[in-house]
Design a protein around this ligand. Structure first.
Ligand SMILES: C[S@@+](CC[C@H](N)C(=O)[O-])C[C@H]1O[C@@H](n2cnc3c(N)ncnc32)[C@H](O)[C@@H]1O
Length: 417
């Protein structure tokens, strides 16, 4: 493909991402499958351009006069990110072959305009309401947190399944396979790989044999904080893809009862092969939206893990496109859902048992505000101090800027009445 044709493809892919709900990665993959003439270098260059634009979307759109279409954003990226002179941009937009059409007068004017300093949310690369939330939560550090969240090249973390192997043995095994992993600094069972070149984890023997799973270090840490132990009755209330289920099962060392519930059957179905690969067991249960399906466990569980549905904003460094799909209204809907789910899950905890609330969100509306609402409605639960240097007031916040993990929040409670 010519450089021009790659730009056209990137613009087209950006439009598809904006119009749908699919992750950028999936849209790029589908495009590659539908356009077999594109070689690996072409696909790489196109993906680089797409991610460059997604991470700088606010700034590019602002510089292009508020336009949000792929063409305008790509043109803006050539100028603002690549620092390309106008003449070169014009040359790439000759309209010949499969390249993009010539610049309009308005586009040319935008590229030459003196734009001045952008507003704070534009500079941060995040929607306005998110920046407001960050200012409340992080105070002076908000811009640093925003930058960390939208920064490229998040590492790939693995959780070593200590039921099957130890960390050093897996590290050596991966090195044999050409993957140089480092121990994660915070999780004792984690290994970290650079994101470039993208490692094919699923193809490794260690993955196929269940010795590793892909799981961010932050996710490993919140799992460990829950304090699951052999012999306990543990409920993973929002089991989703089963990442936490596997971590909890590992901590329980095959002893006790682990029940993983979710309202989506397909998600539960996806957990089964992961459990088998890891050599651990859990009972999978389909729940009703109103909490039905766990009545037999009322007041019985030693530990209930609530990894609540959330904006996923803690993972925006991996999925920058999601930042532009989230609205303030959706955050409010999620907050209400989180408080409702916490109330349902709390019923299962036995006196003296524990409840942990976890999100992969960076927003106080889904973190502190949801925990506050739960505490106000449930005085029978007492916050438990967390054994982690990043925890304060029995609550933990992890983030790309502070712990070099995805963004996570956790609050731990004990049922004291
Ligand atoms: C953040 S995801 C869980 C991720 C999962 N724990 C993991 O580590 O892979 C939240 C999950 O909550 C589920 N969910 C949504 N509403 C629910 C409800 N009312 N009760 C239980 N689970 C619910 C969603 O289907 C989704 O799978």
């Amino acid at each position: 493909m010519t450089p021009q044709a790659r730009l056209s493809a990137a613009a087209q892919i950006l439009d598809s991402i904006a119009q749908g709900r699919q992750p950028a990665e999936a849209v790029l993959k589908a495009w590659g499958q539908q356009n077999r003439y594109a070689g690996s270098k072409d696909r790489r260059a196109i993906a680089d351009r797409v991610y460059k634009v997604l991470r700088a979307r606010a700034r590019l759109s602002w510089a292009m006069g508020g336009r949000q279409d792929g063409r305008a954003l790509v043109i803006g990226s050539l100028s603002l990110i690549d620092g390309m002179p106008l003449a070169e941009i014009e040359a790439l937009h000759s309209g010949e072959g499969y390249g993009p059409g010539p610049l309009s007068n308005r586009e040319r004017a935008r590229l030459m305009a003196e734009t001045g300093a952008p507003p704070a949310w534009v500079a941060a690369g995040l929607p306005d309401f998110v920046v407001e939330d960050f200012k409340t939560t992080f105070g002076d550090r908000w811009a640093e947190e925003a930058e960390g969240l939208m920064a490229p090249r998040a590492p790939i973390d693995l959780r070593v399944n200590t039921r099957k192997a130890d960390r050093e043995a897996v590290r050596a095994e991966l090195a044999e396979a050409g993957l140089q992993a480092e121990p994660t600094p915070l999780s004792p069972v984690g290994l970290r790989l650079p994101s470039e070149p993208p490692p094919n984890i699923q193809a490794t023997e260690a993955f196929k044999a269940g010795r590793i799973e892909i799981q961010d270090e932050g996710s490993q840490l919140v799992c460990a904080l829950a304090g699951a132990e052999p012999g306990m009755t543990v409920v993973d209330y929002c089991a989703g893809g089963g990442g936490k289920t596997l971590g909890l099962a590992q901590a329980m060392a095959g002893q006790g009862t682990l029940i993983a519930g979710d309202v989506v059957q397909k998600r539960l179905d996806n957990i089964r092969p992961r459990l088998e690969r890891a050599g651990v067991e859990a009972e999978l249960r389909l729940l009703g939206q109103n909490g039905g399906g766990m009545e037999d466990l009322n007041g019985q569980a030693d530990l209930v893990f609530v990894d609540a549905p959330c904006s996923g904003s803690g993972t925006w460094r991996r999925r920058p496109e999601d930042a532009w799909r989230l609205t303030a209204e959706e955050v409010q809907r999620l907050h209400a859902l989180q408080v409702r789910i916490l109330g349902q899950a709390a019923r299962l905890v036995r006196p003296g048992g524990r409840l942990i609330y976890v999100t992969c969100s960076m927003l106080s509306a889904e973190n502190e505000a949801s925990a506050d609402a739960f505490e106000a409605a449930h005085p029978e639960f007492t916050p438990v101090p967390l054994d982690n240097p990043n925890a304060r007031r029995a609550r933990l916040r992890l983030s790309p800027a502070s712990t070099n993990t995805d963004g996570f929040f956790a609050a731990l409670y004990e049922r004291t009445a």
